[in-house]
Ligand binder design. Sequence first.
Ligand code: ADP
Ligand code: DP6
Ligand code: CO
Length: 351
Amino acid sequence: MAAIFEATCTAPVNIAVVKYWGKRDTSLILPTNSSLSVTLSQDQLHSKTSIRASADFTTDRLWLNGIEESIEKNKRLVACLRETRALRATLEAENATLPKLAGLKIHICSENNFPTAAGLASSASGYACLVYTLSKLFELPLDASDLSIVARQGSGSACRSLFGGFVAWEMGEKADGSDSRAVQIAPETHWPDLQAMICVVSDEKKGTSSTEGMQLTVKTSALLQHRIKDVVPKRMDDMIAAIHAKDFPKFAELTMQDSNQFHAVCLDTYPPIFYMNDISRAIIRIITEYNKDGVKAAYTFDAGPNAVIYAPKENMAEIYSILSHYFPGAAFDDSLSLVKENSEKVAAGLP
Ligand code: ADP
Ligand code: DP6
Ligand code: CO
């Protein structure tokens, strides 16, 4: 039996407060606007990926949540493999003593400890984890920002999960994507009082994937053009300032406005895309009512019905009790139950 080389890593999800929605280049995954997110603690939601390389393997294979999936049909996965193998081949050419891994077939086994493709950023933690694990297997001398360029080609949002804390994806200008990368705005230790709560409204796979949804938006929505030109550039600056100042009311207001505009852009898509459902909208009303005498919590929804609530630590117990009052477990069947994960401090970073 030939030698087996193996690496295993976990990666966290990130939930955007200024959303990425739209590509100017679909194969390199270059966005139409910059975006900004908070990386959640890995104790909350994470992907875990193991990769093995061996001369005994005859094809590249992938198992996602225990089920084998085709690699060849997945252009993005192929791109991440091609990029990291090319970097490994360069290292091997420079140093003859290194084991020859670039030419070996690999087996990838990945699991998410939360619903996949349900609007909880599984593509973000999944591809960040894939690329990070490949970089460990191949011992690539790349920093997180360099790796973010590779992860971006798996799923746009994945580039931001290479960093903990508060992370911007700078859209860049170059056609080759070499300046479209993630940068850390502030580390996870910057704002320990900020927490995130995940409300799983539905764990079902969404009807329209993020990739398909945003392409249809780019093709059909006039509102998207207004958003990317007139709104997001200033909102990015304001958000970065609010984070640096730890100004929760401002951070929350911008977060909710950006989530609202993202879903408005989905409605402006033709035919329209609905990611939120009645429960999502009820959560918006509850948080709005809770904020009427001062902003104490922020909701945000990605491309799915599930809510993420950002709030200062001291408000979390109250928010949980209000949400459980409106959504007592018994009132919902399995697919509509509101489940609270432990509210955790926002902290992250790859192992
Ligand atoms: P989400 O809202 O969960 O990010 P997307 O539609 O953006 O949903 O992406 C879901 C897709 O991401 C999955 O169908 C799968 O192709 C990919 N994905 C999710 N998790 C992983 C993982 N752990 N490893 C590799 N790919 C993954
Ligand atoms: C609403 O990164 O999942 O979550 O690049 O096509 O894989 P692809 O899309 P993806 O889109 C995420 C959209 C979002 C907003 C965000 O995370 O910024
Ligand atoms: Co996604």
